[in-house]
Each structure stands twice: as structure tokens, then as C-alpha cells.
Ligand binder design. Sequence first.
Ligand code: AMP
Ligand code: TRP
Length: 330
Amino acid sequence: METVLSGIRPTGNLHLGNYFGAVKSFVQMQYEYNCYFFIADWHSLTTHPHPENIRNSVKTILAEYLACGIDPEKATIYVQSDVREVAELYLYLNMNAYLGELERVTSFKDKVRSQPDNVNAGLLTYPCLMAADIIIHRAAKVPVGKDQEQNMEMARKFARRFNQIYGVDYFPEPASYSFSDKAVKIPGLDGSGKMGKSEGNAIYLIDDEKTIKKKVMRAVTDSGPTEPNAEKPEPIANLFTMMEIVSDKSTYDHFNELYNTCQIRYGDMKKQLAEDINLFCAPIRERILELLKDEEHLQKVSLLGAEKARENASKTLRDVREIIGFKSDY
Ligand code: AMP
Ligand code: TRP
């Protein structure tokens, strides 16, 4: 069975973009693949979070993952910092990664520009840690959005390089993976672009009914179509995309027909959309709140995940140490 792995940094709550772009695929894949999902808390240290913030956001994101349907009996769900083997592999990969290639990574260059006072070595070697995350489980498929393509290229390069340097065929080259044939992009409802936490336009799985309604009613629209079957401008197309994803087909068809016959009232459409988003989120939200209360269960899940992940990671590390020329029996 092929191994699938993905991670997410604990830097806020899960939103509808995360769910439909990534988490939904995990949930479906856990039944067909050997799946590892982890919370990338070491990666989040590049921004120097407060210890209390780390504890809380790791706990929240774990509860949210579970609430979405990730089954800890099927998939291995763990916290990165619980699997110290990853740090050792990161050290080895750092020895074969070069300053020039790391400095050329676009997300690093962006950070140099946006936060010149905090260009730490962790940011520079982010792709090495991400490669270690992936190849420690010798993963073949990595479900990620388009924004991670360059990091994925680096992971393939480091896996290949290790094999070449030591004359082995040990690490497979991990491929990016999208469950549907085209990558899903959940739009923002503020006119253009995608939904995201940094874009400030996200609807979170934990948002209550009132908050959802407020956010949806604020969505940008225009004065309506003036001729039948007109093409939809981006803000309107975004509303329809959201509706296509969360509502019944008949609801979507109904409003689409009203649009095509110039009878649409966006207020009605938004009310319906808010209701349908709430219907979708409500059971997940309830589960999140339940799970957050059950600290013991969350601890059990992360302990079980850490055990399973460490077992596999230490196997890899034993091989790697031997390949490099170290004692492997530790
Ligand atoms: P982020 O929240 O940006 O750290 O992303 C975590 C995961 O969710 C990544 O795999 C992203 O590609 C995915 N993701 C985030 N926002 C969206 C969106 N608006 N549409 C689709 N996928 C998304
Ligand atoms: N870089 C990813 C992001 O910002 C998170 C991540 C870290 C990851 N390590 C990974 C994703 C390994 C997939 C596989 O979203």
C-alpha cells in the first residue's frame, strides 16, 4: 500500500479552504492508503510563538482534524515535535543542502522582503525540514496545494541527492497529489482571490451561525445581470462556486436559473448560502467543541499517533544511519 503524508502548520483554525482544498482528500484517502497526517509545530517556530500559543493551537488543530473525520485508528495523526527522528534526518539533509539553492526558494525570498528583522536559519532550511517530514516515512504522495510546489521540488531533489551520494535507491521521490484532477481553489467572498487566513476573508469550521451569516451577507456583489445568460464577474462567480460546493444541486440550479433570467436577488442567495454553509459546518463545529473538552482523548490520540509514527520513523533512521556509516543499533 502506498504511503501518503501531509502536514499543516498550527497557525490558526481550519477554514473552508483548508477543508475542501486539503482535509477532505485526507479523509477519503485514509481508507485507501497508508496515511500520515501531522501537525507541523517545529515549522511554526520560525515565527517565535509563545509556548502557551503553541500548546493551544496544536490542541485546537488536532480537535479540528478529528472533527472533520480523520480516524486515528485508520490514519496515523501525530505532532511533529513528538517524533524526534525527524530532527536527526533534518540534520543529515542540511549537510547536503547548499546556501545558493536555499536562498533561491521563492517563499524564503518573500520572507526576506516581508520580515527583514527575522531572517533566521530555520526559514532558510525550511525545505530541508519539510523534506525530512516527508521522506522519514518514505511517502510517495503528498496532498498539498499549488503554493507548496517549490518545497515539493526541493524534497524530491534532496531525496534524489541522498540516494546519489550514497549510491543507494532508498528514498522514493515524493509526488504532489490532488484528489481531484484539478486542484481545488475555494474562493474568498470579498470579491476576488482565494479564501485564506492571511487574506482575512476566511469562514472557519468553528464559526457559529451568526458569524457565518455576517460573513456571507458581507460578500461583495454587484447590481445584477442586465441581459440573460450573462457571464458572471468574479465576485458573483465566487458566490456560485461556494454554493456549488456546499449546497444541493437543485439549490444551485435554482439560483443559476434566476441569474440567467436576470431575476436574481443576491440577498436571497446569500441567505441561502449562509444557511447551507451553517448546515455543513454545524455538525463539525459541534464535534470540535466536544473534542476540545476531552483533553484526555486528544492526548491519547496524539500519544497513539506519536508511537506509530516513531516506530516507522526509527526504522528509516536505522537504515539511514547504516547507509551513512554510523552505528545503527541505537
Ligand atoms: P494554509 O492554511 O495556507 O497553511 O494551507 C493548508 C492547506 O490548505 C494547504 O494544503 C493549502 O493548499 C490548502 N488551502 C488553503 N487555502 C485554500 C483554498 N482557498 N482553496 C483550496 N485549498 C486551500
Ligand atoms: N509547508 C506546508 C504549509 O505551509 C506545511 C508542511 C510542512 C507540509 N511539512 C510538510 C506539508 C510536509 C506536506 C508535507 O502548508
